[in-house]
Design a protein around this ligand. Structure first.
Ligand SMILES: [Ca+2]
Length: 298
């Protein structure tokens, strides 16, 4: 299959869009596609930088003198070798006292630690809570100001969790006996008992979840509290978007923040990506479909 080269520069500007039909033609074909031979002297290049897809990835040739055949060190290289994995498998991160992955941070406008984060000695002072897996939303409860986090479970147990300064949310996917853990990452190797989202055996004082999506993982997304008398019974309840299940769940909480009831809102199905109550008291929803919905209670 022959394809005409696409110009690199048009009107003095890089040609970075507007060739969707040609791209679709190439990517829909089954035949291999080869670039033209380069006029660069590859045998004289010792190192190079390549821009692949839309992410900048340095490619460092190793293990050979010919750049065309040398092994490469790069994030893309790792991706190529580990296709099908959607997780970074960094098992030590959530409980690491210094690195910021798997944490909720609380900082001031200069990026410094806000006072009162109350983490244990040896922790980065910017950390507010740690031991998270994948927080997608944070909302503050009206009246108390307590933050609530919503996060993805692995193969089970999405979680909504009331947060407290210095708290451990209890996720620790490090290697453990009884599980077969590829890359020493146990995050997907067990179940709610053997690889819990909140490990109260390892961490007896872990922050307890308010709700676990009935023990299933469906891509829990954003959350926000509904406030105002226009919401009637739902005034003060927490709305949570469940992306994989295309539903919006309304949680009723007790004074400790534990869920006492969960109902699905009567609303069109979508992947709810962001939930914000506007100054008009109504709910604004951004969907993965590229729409903003203005939801008025009735
Ligand atoms: Ca947890």
């Amino acid at each position: 299959m022959a394809h005409a080269p696409i110009p690199e520069i048009i009107d003095g500007l890089p040609n970075i869009c507007g060739w969707e039909e040609q791209v679709a033609e190439v990517t829909s074909g089954k035949a291999p596609v080869f670039l033209n031979d380069t006029n660069l002297r590859l045998d004289r290049i010792n190192s190079c930088f390549s821009i692949a897809l839309h992410m900048q990835q340095p490619l460092i040739p190793v293990g050979g003198n010919d750049i065309r055949t040398a092994d490469l060190i790069s994030n893309l290289d790792h991706m190529f070798r580990n296709q099908g994995t959607g997780d970074n498998h960094n098992a030590t991160l959530p409980q690491d006292p210094q690195r910021l992955g798997g944490k909720v941070l609380r900082i001031d406008r200069d990026g410094a630690a806000a006072p009162g984060n109350n983490v244990p000695a040896g922790f980065d002072a910017r950390i507010f809570t740690y031991g998270h897996r994948n927080v997608q939303g944070i909302a503050f409860r009206p009246g108390t100001g307590q933050p609530f986090a919503s996060e993805h479970g692995p193969n089970h147990s999405d979680e909504v969790t009331p947060l407290a300064a210095g708290g451990n949310a209890g996720w620790d996917p490090q290697n453990r006996p009884g599980l077969t853990c590829p890359d020493n990452y146990c995050g997907y190797a067990g179940n709610a008992s053997t690889m819990p989202m909140t490990d109260t055996v390892r961490f007896p004082n872990a922050l307890r979840p308010s709700w676990t999506n009935n023990g299933v993982s469906q891509g829990m997304g954003p959350c926000t509290f509904l406030t105002g008398s226009q919401w009637r019974d739902w005034n003060g309840r927490l709305a949570v978007g469940i992306m994989g299940a295309n539903r919006l769940v309304i949680l009723q909480l007790d004074s400790a923040g534990m869920t006492t009831s969960a109902v699905n809102a009567s609303i069109a199905a979508a992947r709810y990506r962001s939930l914000v109550q506007g100054p008009d008291g109504n709910l604004y929803i951004a969907t993965d479909g590229g729409e903003i919905w203005h939801v008025v209670p009735n």
